[in-house]
Design a protein around this ligand. Structure first.
Ligand code: DQA
Length: 150
């Protein structure tokens, strides 16, 4: 199996994980989540590159830059999930297999979180399993990327 390279994008306010509303988002820091992702990547023979930004344009540039560098994307777009047509268009434009993840179950929360602009342009969405959403998302993406390999 050729090694895969996966880009994991974390959107706004996720740099505050650990101290940010732990009852909703858990007590792990972003650094701890990134370490778990790297370890899971190693187990599945995939290199995981992570990036967090509070700036929509930086996330857009990272999606564009993934072309030719990574085979797939995991994205937790944070609040931009519910607002950003630009992120949706970027994912559609690069056409790289992408999985949307959320720590919390966005459908059990406020109405404004029930709509994702990103969901229609990704392979699938995993929402509500805390850090496991990321790890399950990584597994699902790698499974999808490898499903046609013999
Ligand atoms: C989130 C859910 C979003 O509604 C929220 O704005 C976030 C985090 C999650 O991981 O549960 O910042 O994407």
């Amino acid at each position: 199996m050729p090694p895969l390279s996966i880009l994991v994008l974390h959107g706004p306010n996720l740099n505050l994980l650990g101290q940010r509303e732990p009852g909703i988002y858990g007590s792990l820091t972003l650094g701890e989540i990134n370490r778990l992702l790297a370890a899971e990547g190693l187990r599945l023979q995939a290199k995981v590159t992570t990036l967090q930004s509070n700036h929509e344009g930086v996330l857009l540039d990272a999606i564009h830059g993934a072309l030719g560098q990574h085979q797939g994307i995991i994205i937790n777009a944070g609040a931009y999930t519910h607002t950003s047509v630009a992120l949706r268009d970027a994912i559609a434009a690069v056409n790289l297999p992408t999985v949307e993840v959320h720590l919390s179950n966005i459908y059990r929360r406020e109405d404004f979180r029930h709509h994702s602009y990103i969901a229609p342009v990704v392979i699938g969405q995993i929402s509500g399993f805390g850090v496991q959403s990321y790890l399950l998302g990584l597994q699902a993406l790698i499974y999808d990327l490898r499903k046609n390999e013999v």
